[in-house]
Design a protein around this ligand. Structure first.
Ligand SMILES: Cc1cc2nc3c(=O)[nH]c(=O)nc-3n(C[C@H](O)[C@H](O)[C@H](O)COP(=O)(O)O)c2cc1C
Ligand SMILES: [Mn+2]
Length: 482
């Protein structure tokens, strides 16, 4: 069952006991952050602030901030189900015989629903405002004390590739500078930034942008997925929902947005115009530094009647983004395995803030195999940012970080097994020698082979005899122990 919009999702969270409505006034300046942080770190619910200080709009926060809420958002019992669905399509083979072909029909019919659909009108057009609007009406959170200002943190930013006309949707935070302008914090390796560079090279002066805020959760979530550049996020959203995303044309620019959006900001970037953005209390748990980013000029705001403003707070982990990232880890595993079939599992522990630490277990089959996997990951889309990759053998459960650390730390001869490479790093990395460029570390913590020049015997992991364990289990109880 796909949600029609954000409101249906809110109702579903409420029904599942995953939402707390806050009826009294709370300040978007710092207070909501402290509220949301406490809730996520204590396993608390999503929050709907019904009275945001200084605004008429309610604020939704932490709507994705647990695995349970991610499941509700994606309409599944487990996010692994999404992975299985994807794997099902990836493994589709030409059917044998009539029965085989008939069996494939439902799957093929389903593919038809993956394409977003243009519609003439939609709820996001209930109120259209060309002149009489201000971004300051929106209860945008000033998240942390040293932030440079208020930031829109869950925007779906739409742009078009000027060469192919294909759309992109990415989630890039936007610092609100005043009633009509914001920053556009796309990092240099992201698709919006690539469209911008292409247009600058072509000598264009103006880049159309539309930003949708708040829609059905699968569509919102698709904005953060690390898809290949020309794969339409709205197609993936349609796949996740099992129902086409309905798109409407903007009023003032040549871009389409989800028709069910709560708020749409239409406008443009003046190509070449940059403004200082930040600092911002970031995913890393540190303030990311100020930087120069394009300026988004908003020329038209459309919205639903009584719009709800969804947002998130990032900061010292784990926060809402951890759960969004964990679901990505699970959903993308089959895609990674398609290119790297030797990979058994991966895990990005919360402390590593996504890509600072990736634990990978592999079926090691040939000398140097662990290093091949590291380099492949560094070459795989946004996994290029992986700062520290630890590769272990298939018998290590990488979801158990403690077991992985124990075995990996025992298995390495650091000088032999650690490799440093240089390359692109996350813009949020404050330690790299240069912005966006620095070193990354690969740790080969697999068991070493004679074919890799290791000729000493490799010891076994200690394990008690099973019969003895069973007997001691009885003796244990006999001794009155629990
Ligand atoms: C809450 C949240 C905020 C994000 N903010 C930014 C941001 O400000 N800049 C950025 O480049 N990526 C940001 N990201 C990550 C991107 O959304 C993600 O890399 C996405 O895949 C980019 O899409 P693209 O490949 O179409 O450019 C954020 C992710 C989340 C979950
Ligand atoms: Mn993209």
């Amino acid at each position: 069952m796909a949600f029609d919009d954000l409101r249906q999702f809110i109702q579903a969270l409420d029904r599942a006991g995953e939402l707390k409505r806050i009826p009294f006034e709370v300040d978007p300046h710092l207070e909501m952050t402290a509220f949301a942080d406490k809730s996520v770190k204590t396993g608390g619910p999503a929050l709907l602030f019904e009275r945001a200080k200084g605004s008429n709009m309610p604020v939704l926060i932490n709507a994705f901030a647990s695995m349970k809420r991610m499941q509700i958002a994606l309409g599944v019992d487990s996010v692994e189900d999404v992975a299985e669905r994807i794997a099902g399509y990836l493994q589709m083979r030409p059917a044998e015989g009539l029965m085989g072909k008939l069996k494939m029909l439902p799957k093929l019919a389903e593919i038809g629903s993956f394409f977003p659909k243009m519609v003439a009108d939609g709820p996001c057009k209930e109120v259209i405002r060309h002149d009489n609007f201000s971004l300051l009406e929106i209860p945008v959170l000033h998240c942390w004390p040293l932030d440079g200002g208020p930031f829109v943190t869950l925007p779906m930013v739409f742009s078009k590739n000027p060469e192919t006309g294909k759309r992109n949707c990415g989630m890039y935070r936007m610092q609100v500078f005043d009633g009509r302008t914001t920053g556009m914090h796309w990092q240099t390796q992201k698709q919006g930034a690539e469209h911008y560079r292409t247009m600058r090279r072509e000598g264009r002066r103006r880049m159309d942008i539309a930003v949708a805020i708040g829609s059905d959760p699968a569509t919102m979530y698709s904005a953060i997925l690390p898809l290949p550049p020309e794969l339409d996020e709205m197609m993936l959203a349609s796949f996740l929902r099992g129902k086409p995303v309905e798109m409407v044309k903007c009023e003032t620019c040549d871009i389409e947005v989800p028709a069910n959006a709560e708020i749409v900001l239409e406008g443009y970037l003046d190509i070449g115009e940059l403004r200082t953005e930040g600092p911002f209390g970031d995913h890393t748990g540190f303030y990311s530094l100020e930087g120069e980013y394009p300026v988004f000029h908003v020329t038209c705001m459309t919205h639903r009647k009584n719009p709800v403003y969804p947002t998130t707070v990032v900061g010292p982990p784990p926060m809402e983004d951890f759960y969004m990232g964990k679901a990505i880890e699970r959903i993308f595993l089959p895609l990674m395995k398609m290119q790297l079939p030797e990979v058994r599992d991966i895990c990005m522990p919360a402390e590593g803030v996504f890509h600072n630490m990736i634990l990978v277990s592999i079926k090691k089959r040939y000398p140097g195999h662990a290093r091949k996997v590291m380099h492949a990951i560094w070459g795989l889309g946004q996994a290029m940012f992986s700062k520290c990759i630890v590769v272990v053998d298939e018998d290590v459960d990488v979801q158990n970080v403690s077991e992985t650390a124990w075995k990996a730390l025992n298995n390495i001869d650091p000088q032999r097994d650690i490799e440093f490479v240089l390359g692109p790093v996350d813009s949020l990395d404050h330690a790299s020698r240069l912005p966006d460029f620095g070193s990354k570390m690969g740790v080969d913590a697999t068991r070493k082979w004679p074919a890799e020049g290791f000729h000493r015997p490799w010891p076994k992991v200690i394990k008690m005899d099973e019969a003895v364990e069973a007997r001691v289990e009885q003796l244990w109880r006999k001794a009155g122990l629990k």
